[in-house]
Design a protein around this ligand. Structure first.
Ligand code: CS2
Length: 490
């Protein structure tokens, strides 16, 4: 079967939306680091909207910092891919044309630097996951013994890390008399702009304090909150789409109708006239906190507890009344820790969230969300627990979720299935738990794991006791029994 490409665009069924602008005339105003499915279903769509609106400055050069997979999927398709929006039985298909080319950074670091240093480039967006910033989650300082960062600390001739590429490119821009670009972290991290700025300034300072001062004075690192559920594409999705399109698209992404991008209005250069889905604001933190603690907190809880029960997808977990009630209780706990922006109606947000999680056609896998728990837990669950404890409030639902994460480390679910713990700290966590023989010892070991659990929380007996209580039930009776017990005890 033919591939989707500029040459086969015309053969697509009439209901497929396609680029209504001249792709040959598009300039690349954006470089994106970490071109995975999330970027293609989120920021790329926003820039594609700008192109549709007639502002041709906002094409994207995508970069992959690790594997060539996305380049290999997109290059034969001239960068084109399908955005498949699924809502119950309704499916909308749109071809996104914003991505001009994809660079695999380890193969062509100089090409990526050239794109970042180009006078056409005004915005750099990043989805490099929590771990990509090379910052210690607790102290916020650079992880200097990370081998890739260590290489970038020595030399920025051929950078390896996201901060490394940004610093090297900003150095070139300064030398060429160009303004810096606006760098926008689109990862689910609290204060993501501040973190990116910290990583860039710390690295720049080590190479050239004058460059660091220039970045500090002239650059911009807006905070953002990004939201759209983008499950990983499966072979079945690719096959089903090929049947509908008549051509094969190996770079397709599937997502929900909902899209939200809240951006701090702090750009140091041009930006598109953003349309639907984007809100510019002075304060992102309240949005971000609500999203991280409600959406992502529930997601992680569903992933571990549902995954332990051997359930594959989010909507299937929520089909169980006890899981649903548990999520509502988790939200009851998280909600009191928020200071929502005036425009955000939390009750309506919770209702909408549950409906988004229920979307049966997304098939969002619990294992996908369970990934990288050590990087996600602090902002999704642990900060919420600290806030509740400080206010003298209960933490039972939040603790059951964290106990689920601890239990997940054993690599076995309640039905005897096994899973790989996909986490950059998996080896360290395994070592930390290796000697622990009892539930209490396992909890004590995790409490001492200070790259994830802040010391103030580790010292709080209320948290320790709740974890022991729930972990014991998870270990002896399983996740479904724990959820049922949760309601019995409430
Ligand atoms: C999910 C997120 O995989 C995960 O950890 O919680 O990717 C989530 O789907 C997005 O943040 C939604 O905006």
């Amino acid at each position: 079967m033919n591939r989707l490409s500029s040459g086969t665009l015309e053969t697509l069924p009439g209901d497929v939306i396609r680029p209504a602008y001249d792709r040959a005339a598009v300039r690349s105003g954006v470089v994106h680091l970490g071109i995975g499915a999330f970027h293609r279903a989120h920021q790329a769509v926003v820039f594609d909207d700008a192109l549709h609106a007639g502002d041709l400055r906002w094409g994207i050069v995508g970069a992959s910092l690790r594997s060539p997979q996305v380049r290999d999927q997109m290059a034969p398709q001239d960068g084109l891919y399908t955005l498949l929006v699924r809502d119950g039985g309704v499916e909308r298909r749109r071809i996104i044309g914003a991505v001009g080319k994809v660079i695999v950074a380890p193969e062509e670091p100089q090409a990526l630097l050239a794109a970042l240093a180009s006078p056409d480039t005004h915005i750099v967006t990043l989805t490099v996951t929590e771990k990509g910033y090379r910052l210690d989650p607790v102290t916020g300082t650079l992880i200097e013994d990370d081998p890739q960062l260590a290489a970038d600390l020595l030399s920025l001739e051929s950078p390896r890390t996201a901060p490394g590429f940004l610093v090297a490119a900003l150095g070139r821009r300064r030398a060429a008399g160009l303004a810096p670009f606006t760098a926008i972290s689109c990862d689910n991290l609290p204060h993501n702009g501040t973190r990116l700025r910290q990583a860039v300034l710390a690295l720049a300072h080590r190479h050239d304090p004058a460059l660091a001062a220039w970045i500090e004075a002239e650059g911009a690192f807006p905070e953002t909150m990004v939201d759209r559920i983008v499950p990983a594409t499966t072979e079945d999705d690719v096959a089903a789409l090929a049947e509908r399109l008549g051509v094969e698209d190996r770079a397709m992404v599937k997502t929900e109708p909902f899209i939200q991008w809240v951006i701090e209005d702090r750009f140091c250069g041009p930006r598109p006239d953003f349309g639907a889905g984007v809100q510019l604001t002075a304060a992102v933190a309240p949005w971000e906190e609500a999203k991280l603690r409600l959406l992502n907190g529930a997601h992680s809880a569903i992933a571990y507890l549902g995954g332990l029960a051997g359930i594959g997808h989010v909507h299937e977990v929520l089909a169980l009344p006890e899981a649903r009630l548990f999520v509502e209780s988790l939200w009851d706990e998280a909600q009191t820790t928020l200071t929502p922006p005036p425009e955000l109606d939390i009750a309506a947000y919770r209702r909408d969230l549950m409906a988004r999680f229920d979307n049966p056609t997304l098939r969002h896998s619990t294992r996908q969300i369970a990934m990288d728990g050590s990087q996600k837990l602090p902002q999704r669950l642990l900060a919420t627990i600290s806030a509740r404890l400080e206010a003298g409030q209960g933490i039972q639902a939040l603790s059951l979720a964290v106990a689920g994460w601890i239990r997940w480390q054993a690599g076995r679910d309640d039905r005897g299935g096994t899973h790989v713990v996909d986490d950059p700290l998996a080896p360290a966590l395994a070592t930390c738990l290796a000697e622990a023989r009892t539930t209490a010892q396992r909890v004590a070991a995790i409490m001492g794991f200070d790259v994830v659990i802040p010391s103030s929380l580790a010292a709080d007996d209320r948290f320790g006791a709740a974890l022991i209580h729930w972990l014991a039930i998870l270990e002896t009776q399983g996740a479904l029994a724990a959820l049922a017990r949760f309601h019995g005890e409430k």
